[in-house]
Write a protein that binds this ligand. Structure first.
Ligand code: DX5
Length: 250
């Protein structure tokens, strides 16, 4: 997170469309991330689930690292894992998430999983990663107030983590506004991500109007006839929202 008291008020953070690979063909994950790059996405999210922090199991750093040679896209890794897994495998996750020339990859630690969140975020930065913090829907913004100066991104979950294809929870808007207001007041240039049930409709539009600029979508992108159509549709809603056309909740 870079601190520039005047910048954040003047220049909203760039819109980013970030697919979650949960709906992808896991037997061809490398080709899928290449296809996502060709579709024009800004980054790819890898959902790491350990069957402990969430009631589902996905993959580890090896799968993420194996995808590196297929694309130059930036990677982000969401660690939906226990504190033990996060702390013992953090270096492997940070390394696997790095860019083609060692650029910092986004590594997301959950507030709810990490008693020593400050230490974990500092270690992600020290290992050459870009620290990010995630909050489950029940977690109040107050839980991250004291580490906002350490992160480049804040992820506001709009579903309870663990599965793709769930319904968007529309009551997270106030939390997004609080995070954006706190970041602006401190002059922090922080990206706000929303993840879960995000579609090219009012769900994305309302999060964008509340201050989010990074939009994670799994089913909301893979549902289109082509990944490019999905990516373009999501980005168009964000652009139109920024231009003043906020889509109302039906
Ligand atoms: C859920 C994951 C999300 C999920 C999003 O725990 O963190 O990234 O894959 O999928 P959709 O967009 O289908 O809700």
């Amino acid at each position: 997170m870079s601190s520039n008291p005047s910048a954040s008020a003047a220049a909203p953070r760039p819109i980013q469309i970030i697919p979650s690979v949960l709906p992808a063909d896991w037997a061809n994950m490398g080709q899928c991330v290449k296809d996502l790059e060709n579709a024009g996405v800004d980054r790819v999210q890898f959902d790491v689930m350990d069957g402990n922090f969430v009631p589902n199991l996905t993959f580890g750093p090896e799968m993420i690292a194996a995808c590196r040679k297929y694309t130059d896209l930036p990677f982000e890794t969401q660690l939906m894992v226990s504190q033990y897994n996060c702390e013992t495998m953090l270096e492997a996750y940070v390394e696997a998430s790095k860019g083609p020339n060692g650029e910092p990859g986004v590594v997301i630690a959950h507030v709810e999983a990490n008693h020593h969140l400050h230490r974990v975020l500092a270690k992600i930065r020290q290992l050459g990663g870009s620290p990010s913090v995630a909050m489950n829907p029940h977690t109040p913004m107050e839980m991250i107030k004291n580490i906002l100066d350490m992160v480049d991104h804040v992820l506001v979950m709009t579903v309870n983590p663990g599965f793709g294809g769930q319904a968007y929870i529309p009551t997270m808007l106030e939390k997004i506004r609080e995070v954006r207001a706190a970041a602006d007041a401190a002059g922090f240039e922080i990206d706000i991500e929303v993840d879960g049930g995000i579609k090219a409709d009012w769900s994305l539009s309302q999060c964008c109007a509340a201050g989010a600029n990074c939009f994670i979508a799994g089913s909301g992108m893979f549902a289109y006839p082509s990944l490019k159509e999905g990516c373009d549709a999501l980005r168009q809603v964000a652009i139109e929202t920024r231009a003043g056309k906020v889509l109302p909740k039906p």
